[in-house]
Design a protein around this ligand. Sequence first.
Ligand SMILES: [Mn+2]
Length: 490
Amino acid sequence: MTKIHDLRSAIEHLQTIPGQILETNESIDPDAEITGVYRYVGAAGVVERPTKLGPAMMFNNVAGFPDSRVLIGMLGTRERVGHLLDCPPKDLGRLLNKSVHNRIVPVEAAPEEVKCQEVVYRATDPDFDIRKIIPAPRNTPEDAGPYITMGHCYSNDPITGEHDITIHRLCLQDKDTMTFNSAPGRHLEIFRRKWEAQDKPMPMSVNIGIDPAISVACCFEPPTTPLGLDELSIAGALRNEPVKLTQCLTVDQKCIANAEYVLECEIMPHEVMAENNNDRDDNWAMPEFPGYEGIAHRESAVVKVRAVTTRIHPIMQTVIGCSEEHVNMAGIPTEASIIDICDKAFPGLVTNVYATRSGGGKTMVIMKLDKKRPVDQGRERQAGLLALAAYTELKNVILVDDDIDIFDTDDVLWAMNYRFNAEKDIIRIPATICHPLDPSEKQVYTGYWRDGLACKTIFDCTIPFQLRGDLFHRAKFLEMDPTPYIKGDN
Ligand SMILES: [Mn+2]
């Protein structure tokens, strides 16, 4: 395959594969229209129906932005992620896990490799306005404003100098201001509080339009990637080549040298702003991973943009927060983390893991297990507990045997119908930390101590090893090659 090293080479690769990327010259407004169209083309995930899996889509003619293009759905199917990472789709979790253990740290780019500063807009220019430079979409008409949803935020710990990269949502507020949102405990949020404790702004680069390997790698969460582990080194392992960085022009931070856009920013200490500062009619923010419209934060961190640098004719990359693209970005690293912990505890027992579409890549996983001996009975449940330990935001774990196709929900539900008894096979762990965005984890629903506590549940849909045999003899068909019989048919 062509060697992918940036967004453009990734697009070129997809153009060689039928059905992976669609392009349109039809004029479109980034204000809710791009996502309104893409919902029908390829959003999928937990987006309200009708929607479907489909190609990525490039909008070449974006109203008000003659120099830019907008790309959506780059990682929008597992098959496409497989094409982009040169890996069978079912093995992506294992590939990511391998990459965590073979990290390659980023390096300084050679001058000729620095593409992201071909065009430079400085905040000191009188007509500087991020809202006119960056075609950030509003994803639904209810959203608080235009959002950067694929902004890879890169910054460092002021004390140790360690770096971290994470995608955070950024709402454009005025000509040089954005709001930054983070769940508590995220690594950039920990850095931000350390900078704030020193009364200093945090220098941050926001990198948009980069090698998709980086977008997937930066979605790892602790404990797989503890504080101080630069996720760019995982992306380096995925490509067997270090990510190339360069120095920002106006802030003391590094950025990704071949990014389509870089926003050179400072997060201001002790300053907050309502995320819906420009849209006080309601309290909506933007669509979030569970498929609901998120609530605007009243006190978001304030980001000052000091410069925007771009490639010539840059590509703005965007994602719908509850789409299949998000499922893949959140879910594949989750699979890797679970495979890692289970391989260490019980080598060979867990043969694969799928962080499901219906759980947004976070809330539910299906684990495929190969119980080989009588003593393996019960280990499948321990593996389910390990999965819950490996990933805080995981709520539901479904355990199935090795004959089940974990990517086929019907096959999984078949196992639940015929290999599961709710009286014996449900393991419940009540009032345990999970995710505050899940409406069924609100205190008013659960009666627990606060929002964001779940009853984590393991559904053991495996056959008890001691009952294997004729009782569970799945009908076996003769192995045939169908090709001569279906030639010319569809
Ligand atoms: Mn991190």
